[in-house]
Design a protein around this ligand. Structure first.
Ligand code: GLC
Length: 453
């Protein structure tokens, strides 16, 4: 893409190396604040204790149920751990209607219990009383493996009566209201924790789990002596603890203002949770498409793209009026397209926006806009991951990765690695591995490790 005017227009999305260094400094400081009792309250990244203190050995065996709430879908799973680092998984996806996402908490948990019952019946698991792991991917203060108080909703959920409550109790109450299920909830965990467990199950060098999906967050293995918030009894027999950083909240005290743009501010203001999760809003799938929509709209208005298109007016109106019309998956599809055909890009432009015969140049420009936004997201993830890798400080660190943005985007992995190479200490080598169903397998593993203890 050669157009200097468009490049200038998008300049503020291209975070420079020195800005990256500054972000790195601020991020690592925030994590240290989150870990310390004296400063956790003021920290954006709360670094919650997960009470998971063992990584899986790979020998775990047994059948488990798992629930997965907080990503694109709600799922119920049966996970059979087979030993030898292997697992077999069956699952069903259930919709969570918008009315339930923003309705009453009891309705949400009744819905979950109903789906669970349906699954148990369908798979004839009724008399097996399988232990259950609940992957609940929202920030929770954990008071143990089976108790987690929701701090606040994120990612478009907003159910009344759940914040500050123990989510496991709410689930149990809903199960009891049905009266026909006998289920033991063994653990509540975050998806980032599940991803770390599931990747460590396959690769013992895994120390970090990161989600780059609807939301963005990471969990990592910390030494107990650095876990100021962990009660002394949990430090007696154990050397480590998994920490849920909740890094999506980074920036809430202003540390990201020097790189945030007016587009980021707009996306934030029109979200259900304004002023929170600011790092996440520059990275995750729930928001990237929206950023492109707003930027593209203004770029067209400024006569930088689709200048000669006869449908231009229709296109700008659609972008202005239809919130969410530029889906995040379009970014992946557009960046995956090749010059000069831009087949997928043209399909999107035509089918979604009614724009016929886009020029090659316009397709290239659109791809450039997408690239600027996804590269920035990948760089920000790299800042966080490098901070954690250097903090862990082992000679080789493997990072387990999950989430639709990472999975579906053709170059996100490369963008991340390129940025990480500049930040990770030269004494450390790192690798990224794709998680295989972290929320399901991970939930079973946490339940399995819990029952071992
Ligand atoms: C949001 C949630 C966090 C979760 C992440 C990825 O950031 O607050 O708990 O891990 O999304 O799903």
């Amino acid at each position: 893409m050669q157009d200097q005017h468009l490049k200038d227009f998008l300049k503020e999305f291209n975070i420079s190396d020195s800005q990256i260094q500054e972000l790195y400094k601020r991020f690592t400081l925030e994590i240290r604040k989150g870990l310390s009792k004296a400063t956790q309250k003021q920290a954006d990244t709360k670094c919650f204790m997960t009470y998971v203190q063992d990584l899986p050995s790979g020998d775990e065996k047994g059948d488990f149920l798992a629930l997965d709430l907080g990503g694109t879908n709600f799922r119920v799973l049966r996970v059979s751990l087979k030993g030898h680092h292997e697992a077999e998984i069956d699952f069903k996806v259930y919709a969570v209607p918008k009315e339930i996402m923003t309705g009453l908490g009891t309705q949400l948990f009744d819905h979950i219990a109903n789906c669970l019952a349906e699954f148990v019946n369908e798979y004839s698991l009724g008399d097996q009383h399988l232990p259950l792991g609940f992957t609940f991917s929202f920030p929770c203060i954990q008071l143990g493996l089976t108790k987690g108080l929701l701090v606040r909703w994120t990612k478009g959920f907003q159910c009344a009566g759940v914040e500050n409550e123990d989510v496991v109790s709410l689930l149990k109450e809903a199960i009891a209201r049905r009266g026909d299920l006998v289920i033991e909830v063994m653990a509540i965990l975050n998806d980032a924790t599940g991803t770390l467990m599931s990747c460590a199950h396959r690769n013992p060098e895994c120390r970090i789990g990161v989600i780059i999906g609807t939301g963005c967050n990471a969990c990592y293995v910390e030494r107990v002596e650095n876990a100021d918030l962990l009660e002394p009894e949990h430090k007696v027999d154990k050397t480590h603890i998994l920490v849920n950083t909740e890094w999506g909240a980074f920036g809430e005290s202003g540390q990201l203002e020097f790189v945030r743009t007016d587009y980021d501010r707009k996306v934030d203001k029109s979200s259900l949770n304004a002023d929170t999760q600011l790092f996440e809003k520059m990275i995750s799938g729930m928001y990237l498409g929206e950023l492109v929509r707003l930027v593209l709209h203004d770029a067209i208005q400024a006569n930088l793209i689709f200048v000669r298109s006869s449908d231009k007016k229709k296109f700008t109106n659609a972008l202005a009026e239809r919130v969410g019309c530029f889906e995040t998956r379009f970014i992946s599809e557009i960046e995956n397209d090749s010059f000069p055909d831009f087949q997928q890009t043209r399909i999107i432009l035509k089918e979604i926006f009614g724009l016929e015969r886009a020029s090659v140049e316009d397709c290239q420009k659109l791809r450039y806009i997408c690239e600027c936004i996804s590269k920035r997201a990948a760089k920000l993830v790299a800042v966080g991951l490098s901070g954690l890798i250097n903090k862990i400080g082992e000679p080789h660190v493997v990072v387990g990765v999950d989430g639709t943005v990472y999975r579906c985007h053709p170059h996100f992995d490369k963008y991340m690695r390129d940025a990480m190479r500049k930040l990770v200490s030269p004494k450390i080598t790192f690798d990224l591995m794709l998680s295989e169903d972290g929320s399901g397998r991970g939930a079973a593993l946490v339940a399995a490790v819990a029952s071992k203890n």
